[in-house]
Design a protein around this ligand. Structure first.
Ligand SMILES: Cc1cc2nc3c(=O)[nH]c(=O)nc-3n(C[C@H](O)[C@H](O)[C@H](O)COP(=O)(O)O)c2cc1C
Length: 169
């Protein structure tokens, strides 16, 4: 799929069927995640691929806005190793760029995805860190739930001229 079409066609998918996502496709999404830019090329991202149905169910039960994880075929927790000043400053931006690459590569592969927020809510960070056994220096940004979708959501054009200025505000 053409990159611009992929970007425009990406939508949050919250209803999945039970078709399996191949290891090869997970690998492709992770390669795309790790192709994202990072501040001073730190590449501090870490990813937890979740394919254990019990863990997906626990996420679904524990996160009000993550209920779709129960039906997701797999999920990827996007984390970052935060252990110095530079990573503390930039980790959310680096991890967000990687997350967007996962969403876009999933779209391109015909796989539905949704960004489920974890950071900056302390209770969600604590919940996921405990569930996934994350060490103190591994900060979770979000979970991306993944699965083949039941319905193809329509592309939306959100372009708004009022939100764009040239040169000066
Ligand atoms: C930082 C961030 C946090 C989000 N958290 C959630 C979430 O916890 N649960 C959820 O269902 N969707 C979540 N979303 C998805 C948004 O609800 C969704 O992107 C928005 O409604 C626009 O719809 P679209 O993705 O189909 O274009 C999140 C998106 C972002 C960027």
């Amino acid at each position: 799929m053409d990159t611009i079409d992929t970007i425009k066609q990406r939508r949050s998918t919250r209803i999945f069927n039970n078709k399996n996502i191949s290891d090869n496709d997970i690998r492709t999404m992770l390669e795309c995640a790790m192709s994202a830019p990072t501040a001073r090329n730190q590449q501090g991202w870490r990813f937890v691929v979740i394919d254990d149905k019990q863990i997906l169910e626990e996420i679904s039960n524990g996160l009000e806005h993550g209920k779709m994880c129960k039906e997701a075929n797999k999920a990827i927790a996007v984390c970052y190793k935060v252990d110095d000043e530079l990573s503390q400053l930039y980790w959310q931006q680096d991890a967000s760029a990687a997350t967007q690459n996962i969403l876009l590569s999933a779209t391109s592969l015909g796989i539905g995805s949704v960004w489920i927020s974890i950071h900056p809510r302390k209770e969600k960070v604590d919940f996921l860190s405990n569930l996934l056994n994350l060490t103190n220096n591994i900060k979770p940004l979000c979970i991306v739930a993944l699965g083949y979708k039941e319905n193809i959501l329509k592309e939306i054009n959100r372009y708004d001229d009022d939100k764009v200025k040239y040169n000066l505000w």
